[in-house]
Design a protein around this ligand. Structure first.
Ligand code: C2E
Ligand code: MG
Ligand code: MG
Ligand code: MG
Length: 295
């Protein structure tokens, strides 16, 4: 009997495995076609300066416009794109499109302080020596000033090959590009790598921010991260701010910037443009805190 049920288990497992493999192959195929046909688009999420409530810039977040499935989240395909190397052409497209769009907004709204554009780099891209040349070409072609471009890099991308990462980062910095430490706090060697690498901006991961209003320990941790960033000469962005209470805590800690659904979800370029056009779109959110909020 044991043997029989053992085999039954095995069969279920095989079927599941089979389905998974077929799905993965299908995804890989679809993704290849999508890269060829450029089925991608960028969404933009505002990053807000907490002192003024004004937008500092946007983070560009890729979406897949799938012919049958509609808009697909990057969580569903970026890992596969990384595994297959498709992230190289996809990432190139993202960089070019993000820079092109931001330059177009600078040109269209010359009276507004120029916004910055943040672009995520995967480890595969980041370990490609030709990245520097590609970015230089993109900045040349789009005429976006380098200091309006911020590249978001995670700890794991840096730690995969610290020496070449350092070399790459120094070259990017020399070009005037700013570097952000993305998802800070989720890695292993977080503190060490901050000291070693020349980063301008630290983005505190959403997992810390999401409980900052109810969990005293998290609040202490965020406070410590902010102080540390300042000591290292970095500004701080809080990721995933969803409530006014979280916002109030972050303002009290003098955190410089925030990003999250409280202000806006990532939106398509037309809606992002509406936010630029609306002078001070987050006035009410920032103001709501002022008179009565208690910490
Ligand atoms: P990320 O770089 O940490 O981007 C932030 C993610 O958090 C975005 O998810 C954003 O929609 C989400 N988010 C922002 N505010 C909130 C909030 O208040 N609540 C919640 N629950 N979520 C919030 P998204 O767009 O699904 O992107 C997921 C991840 O995919 C990104 O994390 C990034 O690692 C990766 N990704 C996105 N676009 C690109 C890209 O162009 N290239 C590469 N290599 N990776 C990308
Ligand atoms: Mg990011
Ligand atoms: Mg992040
Ligand atoms: Mg994240």
């Amino acid at each position: 009997r044991a043997k029989a049920s053992g085999r039954a288990c095995h069969e279920v497992f095989d079927t599941e495995m089979h389905t998974r493999v077929v799905n993965l192959l299908q995804l890989e195929n679809d993704l290849r076609r999508a890269v060829e046909h450029q089925e991608f688009l960028l969404y933009y999420q505002p990053i807000v300066a907490l002192a003024t409530g004004k937008m500092m810039g946007f983070e560009a977040l890729v979406r897949w416009q799938h012919p049958e499935q509609g808009i697909v989240s990057p969580v569903k395909f970026v890992p596969m794109a990384e595994e297959t190397g498709l992230i190289i052409p996809l990432g190139q497209w993202v960089l070019r499109e993000a820079c092109r769009q931001m330059k177009a907004w600078h040109t269209a709204f010359p009276d507004q302080p120029p916004l910055s554009i943040s672009v995520n780099l995967s480890s595969r891209q980041f370990s490609q020596p030709s990245l520097i040349k590609q970015i230089r070409q993109i900045l040349d072609d789009t005429e976006l000033e380098a200091h309006h471009l911020k590249l978001e890099i995670t700890e794991s991308a840096i730690m995969e090959n610290p020496e070449s990462a350092m070399d790459m980062m120094l070259q990017l910095k020399a070009m005037g590009i700013q570097l952000s430490a993305d998802d800070f706090g989720t890695g292993y060697s977080s503190l060490g790598y901050l000291y070693r690498f020349p980063m301008d901006l630290l983005k505190i991961d959403r997992s810390f921010i999401s409980r900052v209003d109810v969990d005293g320990e998290k609040l202490e941790l965020v406070k410590t991260i902010i102080t540390l960033s300042w000591n290292l000469g970095m500004d701080v962005v809080a990721e995933g701010v969803e409530t006014t209470k979280q916002l109030a805590q972050l303002k009290a800690l003098k955190c410089e910037y925030a990003q999250g659904y409280l202000f806006s979800k990532p939106v398509c370029s037309a809606d992002a443009e509406k936010l630029i056009r609306a002078d001070h779109p987050f006035k009410d959110i920032s103001r709501a805190l002022l008179p009565t909020s208690r910490l």
